[in-house]
Each structure stands twice: as structure tokens, then as C-alpha cells.
Design a protein around this ligand. Structure first.
Ligand code: UDP
Length: 246
């Protein structure tokens, strides 16, 4: 499938539907094509702009879906109507499809009790789910290689890394150097939600693209992250959209 993308502040964003992104991912998994999926948001763009190594990873990703409502708005300002593709929902739908098609998954990220609960909950939701490897996301450089070796030996078809950005993307990059035919996705705090530790925003917040607001109210420590990135992201995007139109 040919990619159609649009740049937002220098980073390509795939213009794709939720449904097509699932098909594309499953197709890659089944044909054993390596794939790095990024669920991009304004914070990731801000981090990438400040860190060349991270920027390189984002630019080389194989599928970049607009996770944040900020990205959806940026594309709207550029005259593009694109649906928001929340990483957590995309990952869950791919997991469901993996169950249908007897494909295995591996999960790395979150605290030990959280990942255990998340695995347990997913297994009770999907009876056929084959989780071939899981590990918490709190490891240091000394045991990283062992985790990568275990992941490789597990032959997982679909690997979810949930250590927050940019840690999960750096980890995925290292894994991909050794696992050439695996599909990877970074899913931030999704395991906390699947474990039932953190609640997802109510539908009304999600419908109006305000999940970030709900999460900030519930986790005030997020305010600093949002405050530092969102206003300047919006300002730069407005200028960029204006320049493109004139
Ligand atoms: N985390 C981890 N290892 C670390 C730091 C964080 O596994 O060294 C986990 C943390 O426990 C949480 C997730 O990464 O489950 C980060 O969630 P956050 O909500 O910050 O991610 P976002 O969804 O905002 O990208």
C-alpha cells in the first residue's frame, strides 16, 4: 500500500483511516515485514525537535499515526480532514486481530505489577491471546540486551513497548536492529489503562479531542509537559499552515 503523508513541523504524518492502518499492520505482521509504528502527538514532535537521534527515529518510522488531537488540528489547519487514531485503540484492535489470526504478541513496559495485571486482563478479554513474552519497563542498560535477546527468542509477531516517549522508541530502534521481521508499536501509558490502574477519559472528552485535558486534570504532573509544548506547537503550526497557503 502506497503511503500518503503530510508533514507537520517537519514530520510526516500518515493520512490513513483507522481501519486501513489495522489492515496495513496485519499485512506487515503476516508477511514478516519489519515495521515501526509511531503514535505521534505534539509532545513527541517537540522532543524530536530538540534531540537529533530521536528525530531520526521518527523520520525513519514506517507508519506514523495521528494520536493526539493536536495533530488532527494541525492537519485541519492545513486543510486536511484526518481522523484521530489513538494509539491505545489501534494497539487493542491489532491485538484482537492477532488473536483471530493466531499471531503472537509481546509486551514490554510499565511497572511489574501493572504489566502483570495488563496481561491478565487482556487474556481474560481475549481467550486465544498468545503473549509469548512480557517484561516491565524499568530496566537499565545492563539487562537491556538480555530483554532484547528474550524478545528475539520469543519470535513474537507484534511487540508493544509502553515506556513513554522517547524511551520506548529508542528501545524499539535497538530491538529492530536484531529483529528484522517484527512489527513494533510504542503505546505510552496504555498498559496502565489495560491494567485498570488509570482510567481512560470519558467518551465525551475523547469525542471532543480533550483526552489530554482529562489526563492533565487527573495527573497534574502532566501540566508541565503540556504547558511546555502545546502553545508553541500551535503557534508554529499556524505559521506553517499560513505559509503553505500563501
Ligand atoms: N515507564 C516505564 N519505564 C520507564 C518510565 C516509564 O515502563 O523508565 C512506563 C510508566 O510506568 C507508564 C508509561 O511508561 O506506564 C508512560 O506513561 P505515560 O502516561 O507517561 O505515557 P504517554 O501515554 O503520555 O506517552
Amino acid at each position: 500500500m502506497e503511503r500518503t503523508t503530510k508533514k507537520v513541523l517537519g514530520y510526516e504524518v500518515d493520512l490513513i483511516t483507522f481501519k486501513d492502518s489495522i489492515s496495513l499492520i496485519i499485512e506487515s505482521i503476516k508477511s514478516k515485514r519489519s515495521m515501526h509504528i509511531i503514535t505521534i502527538n505534539p509532545e513527541i514532535i517537540a522532543m524530536a525537535q530538540n534531540e537529533p537521534a530521536y528525530s531520526e527515529i521518527i523520520k525513519n518510522a514506517d507508519l506514523i499515526v495521528p494520536d493526539g488531537s493536536g495533530i488532527k488540528l494541525a492537519l485541519k489547519l492545513k486543510g486536511i480532514k484526518q481522523e484521530q487514531i489513538p494509539g491505545i485503540e489501534l494497539a487493542k484492535s491489532v491485538i484482537a486481530e492477532c488473536c483471530e489470526q493466531n499471531l503472537s504478541i509481546a509486551m514490554v513496559g510499565a511497572k511489574e505489577d501493572v504489566i502483570n495485571k495488563a496481561c491478565k486482563n487482556l487474556k481474560s478479554e481475549y481467550a486465544n491471546l498468545n503473549i509469548v513474552y512480557s517484561h516491565n519497563g524499568y530496566f537499565d542498560d545492563n539487562n537491556k540486551q538480555e530483554i532484547i535477546n528474550n524478545l528475539k527468542n520469543s519470535n513474537a509477531n507484534f511487540v508493544l513497548a509502553a515506556m513513554g516517549a522517547p524511551k520506548q522508541e529508542f528501545f524499539i530502534k535497538e530491538c529492530m536492529q536484531e529483529m528484522k521481521n517484527t512489527v513494533f508499536i510504542g503505546v505510552g501509558g496504555s498498559f496502565d489503562i489495560w491494567a485498570g490502574e488509570v482510567e481512560r477519559a470519558p467518551l465525551i472528552f475523547r469525542k471532543f479531542g480533550c483526552e489530554w485535558l482529562y489526563r492533565t486534570i487527573n495527573q497534574p504532573q502532566r501540566f508541565r509537559r503540556i504547558y511546555k509544548t502545546l502553545p508553541s506547537f500551535l503557534f508554529k503550526v499556524i505559521i506553517e499552515a499560513y505559509k503553505e497557503k500563501n
